[in-house]
Every structure is written in structure tokens, then in C-alpha cells.
Design a protein around this ligand. Sequence first.
Ligand SMILES: Cc1ncc(COP(=O)(O)O)c(C=O)c1O
Length: 399
Amino acid sequence: MNQIQTPFFRIKEKDLLYDISLLREALSLNWGNYVMGYSVKTNSLPWLLVYLKQQGFYAEVVSRTEFDLAIRLGFPAQHIIYNGPIKDKKVFERVLLSHGYVNLDSSYELDWMEELSALYPNNEFRIGLRVNCDLAALCPEEELAAQEGGRFGYCYENGILAAAISNLSRLPNVRIAGLHLHSSTQSRTVQVFASLARMAVRIAREYSLTLSYVDMGGGYFGGRDDKPDYRDYFREIGRELSAFFDPAQTVLIAEPGVSLISRATTFETSVIDIKDIRGTKFVVTDGSRTNLNPLVTRHVYPHHIKYISDASVRNKTASQWVCGATCMEYDRLFEIVNGPSLLPGDRIIYDTAGGYTMCLNPLFINYFPAVYAEHEDGSLFTARQAWTNEEFLQKNYME
Ligand SMILES: Cc1ncc(COP(=O)(O)O)c(C=O)c1O
């Protein structure tokens, strides 16, 4: 592997399969009747999407571009879960008519349903509604993604959800078949998912909904031994849902993103140079903070080092600052305090890195790094070549 040009992302199939089977078993054991969706926006690497499709996943998409990509990669339209506040009318119609899952989120979608209902009077439409509920009130301990609360879906507390249910119920060929409860929080606790499942029960009871599915969304921890995993989440979700729903009638949908892939992904870089600037050692590497955290807000980058030669016989350096490949001063990743002096050729490998940023990666100074998939037998498959000016110049025009 050492001859492979850094920087690159690696996806280890063995670890990916481990998390896939954890999810499958958790859903199977705790509910039985389930659909595994995968959040395409998290990492839309074509190799990964096809791999997950072969593992039985549906594609959870939030844009026309993602929908088109999923279809081009072979997902059938009935295996699409269409979410998000900005929907495309044509995609909306196609997914609904193909019996895929559409979770309504915005006001204009209610008007679209009215139009579609009249346009296809003989079609039976099954739709879902994204629920917005007051998580801060339900789980005061939870660290929310945004202080003022979530912005997606129809608000339960102020009656907007009730109004949407009432408007849709008037359409003779439209059935509210599902509730979507995705809510990202910082703390990703099991309790928040238990509360959301209880909310699904409460809404179904309150509005006498007969649901074919409950979509619990994503937002789980995964790939971390110090955190809960799918088994913990779905034990609680299953327990709460079973107060009202029957697995024989109601499908449980999960649509994880980062929790499914973070254990399997690493970002691998090399030390290129060591600079001594007035006593501070700067270790220049060929990867960048922008490859791992495009908004450069993070200060912790879990990693391990593969030394090119025996590190135990090297001198120790009091402080070494590992820096990235861009010409930005902020491109500094972490400090090594009193560690073996690094040398050009040493490899710095960032663990659980790239889940999101394999694709959420700025085309800044350098373009997308390569991605290699490591099969269970250790062989490598080039899932994506590093982008060059060949790709960057596409569809650019110069006068
Ligand atoms: C609707 C929806 N589903 C699933 C996900 C995946 O979330 P995560 O990557 O935290 O599992 C997201 C991410 O924000 C989302 O918005």
C-alpha cells in the first residue's frame, strides 16, 4: 500500500459490512419489518451507493440531482425515499407514482398533492409527513443541532401538522401512510430516539392514522465503541413503537448516513517536509484540514501514525504542529507533544475520517482526493481517481 500516492481516502469493506450487519440485525431483531435507507447526501460516492444498493439499501435523496444519480446507478424508483424542503415537482410525481416513499416537508407540497390527486383520480397515493416537534421540551438534556430548534417538517405544537393532516384527509385518493421523524442532535442519545418514537405513537393516536411506515431518519452514532450503536437505538425505538404499531402492518425505516460508514473510512496522508521556524517544528503534509473538515471548525482529528522507520530510536521533539497542504495559515491539524520526531515519508492516517468529506470536499487548491475500497481479502479497488484539471475544466468555456 505504501507506494500508493497520498492523499487518499480508504473504505474498508470489512468494517462497512460490520456496521451494515449491525443495522440489519438491530432492525430485524427489534421490529422485523424494515427498510434500510441510506442518506445519499452524506457520501454520494458512486461506488458506495452501488455497494449499498447491492446490500439491499434504498436511496434517501433530498434533491433532483441526488435522485438522478441514484436512478443512474440502478436504484429502482420504488426504492427511493424522497425527503427535504426543496423538492422537484417531476421527481415528486415520479416517486409517488412508482410507489416509492415521499415525505412531505413544505407548504407547497400540500398544493402539489391536491393537483396530483385531481390529475390521477384513479391512483391511490401514499405519502408521509415530516414531523417537527419540540425536542427541547421532550428531551431537555439533549444538545440540539440548532438552539432555536429544528426547521424541517410540519410543526406539531402550533397546529400546522394538524392542518396538513386535515387538508390531505379531504383528498379522496391520498392516504397519510407514514411519519418521518428525522431530527439530528449533537448528543445523538438513545433517549431522543425513544422520545421521537413516542411522538409517532402520539400523533398516530391523536389523528387516528393507520400508518404503513414510520421513518426514524438518521442521526445515530456508529463506529464508536464509547457510544451507543444501532442495537441500543432500535431496542428502544421498537419498544416504544410497539405500544401502538404492529410490525405486520407498519414498516420501520432507518436512513443512516455517517453512522454507517465512519468506522470504515480513513484519510491517509504523508509527511512531506519538516520546517523549523524560530524553534517551532511545522510538519508539512500532503492532506489538508479542508479534506476532513471543510469549514475548519474542528480541533480534534483522531489519527494514528505509520512511521517510515523505527520510531523508538528517534529523538523526541517537544512540540510538532502537523499542517496541511494548502497555503492557508489555519491549515494546522494537531500538535504532537513530546513525540518521536517525524520524518518525510511517515504516514498520518486519520481514523473515522471522510464519511461526509469524501464528497463534501472543497475544490480548493487541490481537487477531490482518490478513494480506494479495500476488499475483505486486502486487495484494493480504485473507487475514484483523484480529480485533475480534466474534471475541473469540464463545462468551462473561455472566450
Ligand atoms: C432526512 C435525513 N435523513 C438522514 C440523514 C442522515 O443523518 P446521519 O448522517 O446523521 O445519520 C440526514 C442528515 O442530515 C437527514 O437530513
